[in-house]
Design a protein around this ligand. Structure first.
Ligand SMILES: [Zn+2]
Length: 394
């Protein structure tokens, strides 16, 4: 008998035009709210003014914070201090992963008198978090991180001694995720590419995770079909764009749901130190490494654990993404790697040296990659194998 648990999920409103439901949903929590957005993209669209008008019609009041880059603990603590006297009924995050994670962290801290460093994994005292959190509503405008469905806010400090770590708790899960694919319309192609590869990586790593279960498997497979159909066409702006936007928003949402349940793998294990030490966006790390990391997982399982159950799962992924069946496993694995390499090229994902990583920096990255994500990689990789993954994309 299989045994598994599914942790809290947000209530989900999905589909083109669902942004229109936001004002009534927010009003259901109370009259005074904090809106957290990115610095430009959303607030330069007509949606923003429309939204504010709808809030006004409901006699609501709001304050507005913008997040220009991946949030740091210092930025979060400053914002919490700024708004400490406000009695917000809800906090609404509208934007990419940075805006959503910042909003999520602020919601977790506003009613708690602690700096966020007290709760961050792996870098502070790791105090137990008890809440209460302000109700948080997530509205993603990029299709990538899946932050609308997860219980963690990723915060980072950039530089040689930097880090990229999670404030994580079930109480931080959004009350609502409002996923409106129309909001992707203003998303530039390089952001579509990087975030789409992040969603793909999250689905793939969840599917082969050592903590995967049948329910998350079903969701991951559904998401992989959507990525197959729409990632490249959406990047190229070809074909039925509303359908492709819908598919990628759906895939990103599912990737957030699955990763919150199963954890991730070696790509995300490496994304943590790489994103901390070098100015490389999260989606770019995932997109640039997913082919070489997949190749290394396959190689090490075939060599050391040829009966590993994740091998059959990789074969199934090859069939979904390559849209064909294979007579033997090796042919399937080779085709999968080839396809991932091809997508990396097609989507023009930069190499790591583009962001300043040199071979002399590899030891520092490898020494800091064994945080939470690496622990659910289907096989434990050696330092040499991890080095190989990086070298291929230096
Ligand atoms: Zn990711």
């Amino acid at each position: 008998m299989m045994i598994f648990s599914i942790a809290r999920l947000p209530r989900i409103e999905f589909g083109a035009g669902t942004l229109n439901k936001l004002p009534d949903i927010v009003a259901g929590y109370g009259r005074h709210v904090l809106l957290v957005t990115g610095a430009h993209s959303f607030i330069n669209t007509p949606h923003w003014q429309q939204l504010l008008n709808q809030f006004q019609q409901r006699n609501m009041t709001w304050l507005h914070a913008t997040i220009a880059e991946e949030p740091s603990p210092g930025k979060i603590d400053d914002l919490v201090k700024t708004y400490a006297g406000e009695d917000f009924a809800a906090i609404v995050g509208i934007g990419g992963g940075s805006a959503l994670d910042a909003a999520k962290a602020i919601a977790g801290l506003l009613r708690v008198r602690h700096p966020v460093m007290d709760y961050l994994e792996g870098v502070g005292p790791e105090l137990p978090y008890h809440g209460p959190a302000v109700p948080f509503i997530a509205v993603p405008t990029t299709a990538g991180t899946g932050s609308e469905a997860t219980k963690n806010a990723v915060l980072s400090v950039q530089g040689k001694h930097g880090f990229k770590k999670s404030f994580r708790h079930d109480k931080l899960v959004a009350e609502y995720a409002i996923v409106d694919p129309d909001l992707l319309t203003s998303c530039p192609p390089d952001v579509i590419a990087a975030n789409g590869m992040d969603a793909l990586t999250q689905l793939l790593e969840s599917y082969v995770s050592s903590r995967a279960n049948p329910l998350t498997d079903a969701l991951a497979i559904s998401g992989l079909h959507a990525v197959r159909e729409s990632l490249v066409p959406l990047y190229r702006q070809q074909g039925d764009l509303p359908k492709h936007r819908g598919n990628m928003a759906y895939a990103a949402l599912l990737s957030g749901i699955t990763l919150a349940q199963t954890g991730l793998g070696s790509v995300h294990g490496l994304a943590s130190p790489l994103g901390a030490f070098y100015p490389v966006p999260h989606g770019v790390v995932c997109g640039t490494l997913v082919a070489s990391a997949t190749k290394m997982n396959l190689h090490s399982m075939q060599t050391r654990e040829p009966d590993h159950p994740a091998l059959a799962k990789y074969r199934h992924v090859a069939e979904i993404l390559c849209q064909q069946s294979f007579s033997d496993a090796t042919a399937a694995f080779n085709a999968l790697i080839e396809l991932l390499v091809q997508w990396t090229e097609t989507l023009a994902l930069p190499r790591l040296s583009h962001y300043g990583l040199q071979s002399s920096g590899l030891d520092h990255v490898i020494a800091n990659c064994r945080g939470s994500s690496m622990k659910t990689n289907p096989i434990v990789l050696t330092d040499g194998e991890i080095r190989q993954i990086l070298l291929e994309r230096l």
